[in-house]
Design a protein around this ligand. Structure first.
Ligand code: SF4
Ligand code: SF4
Ligand code: SF4
Length: 250
């Protein structure tokens, strides 16, 4: 297969999971209409959800999940040392994701309450880039398979990928969805990076910001508008803190 006369590289891909629900990996595996083309374009040498192969030699490592144990830190460093390109896959990997909420808890107390006399080792949650250098971050909870496929195409042709700079609102308006603020709901669409096609507002649920902050997002102005619409400080802070993508503002 050539594109504009250019022969794409054939890259070896590996996918690894850390603390998370593995939903981002499932996204890669479950879109059957493009799965064969995807698997035909790359060599998947390690991907627990689709294959028992364990090769150990790969060019691109897709890392799903956050880091919350010592053994994960060691494993991640080994992966980083082997991979030419390390990609953080999903909001857990990019920001810590929903796991990051535990950082606000007393971990010892939570451990005692959940595990009683059999406590588990647990560290404060960190995103992948807080432990090792990351070459590319693909946000979303879960990631958009279509976006991952576009990014893989760019990797194969060695063309830089440009994430959308517009917010979720733009895609929401393209669908003619009635703004949820006008229905009394809070929505992070104005400050969240677009590219997901705004499925949550279309389904009647305000955006929770799983793709992180949009370029040039004005968080202070957003807060002030949300307050004007009678949303309380706690509600706004919980929303901003949910996925960790606005952590410095929550
Ligand atoms: S980002 Fe969401 S879907 Fe992906 S692993 Fe984390 S919790 Fe699961
Ligand atoms: S519902 Fe949310 S995403 Fe849609 S226009 Fe309103 S604020 Fe923006
Ligand atoms: S609308 Fe918001 S919460 Fe929903 S997928 Fe898009 S960025 Fe994530």
């Amino acid at each position: 297969m050539k594109y504009l006369g250019i022969e794409p590289k054939r890259l070896r891909f590996a996918v690894f999971e850390f603390t998370g629900c593995e939903g981002c990996e499932l996204q890669l595996a479950n879109k059957e209409e493009t799965l064969l083309a995807f698997l035909g374009a790359v060599d998947v040498v390690e991907f627990r959800e689709v294959s028992s192969a364990r090769n150990g030699a790969y060019d691109v490592a897709l890392v799903d999940g956050a880091i919350s144990r010592t053994d994960e830190v060691e494993r991640l460093r080994e992966i980083r040392a082997r991979a030419k390109v390390l990609v953080a896959l999903g909001s857990c990997a990019c920001f810590g994701g929903v796991n990051r909420m535990k950082n606000a808890c007393d971990l010892d107390q939570a451990n005692r309450e959940v595990y009683g006399d059999h406590p588990k080792e647990t560290l404060p949650t960190r995103a992948i880039h807080e432990v090792v250098p990351v070459d590319l971050k693909i946000p979303g909870c879960p990631v958009s398979k279509a976006e991952v496929e576009r990014i893989v195409q760019h990797l194969l042709f060695e063309v830089p990928y440009q994430f959308p700079v517009y917010p979720v609102c733009l895609e929401c308006k393209q669908h003619f969805t009635v703004c949820l603020f006008d229905k009394g709901q809070l929505c992070l669409g104005p400050i969240t990076r677009g590219g997901c096609d705004a499925p949550c507002p279309a389904g009647g649920l305000g955006c929770w910001g799983c793709r992180g902050k949009a370029a040039d997002a004005n968080i202070d102005e957003f807060r002030s508008i949300a307050r004007e619409r009678a949303h309380g400080e706690r509600e706004i802070a919980e929303r901003l803190g949910f996925f960790g993508g606005f952590e410095e503002h929550s």
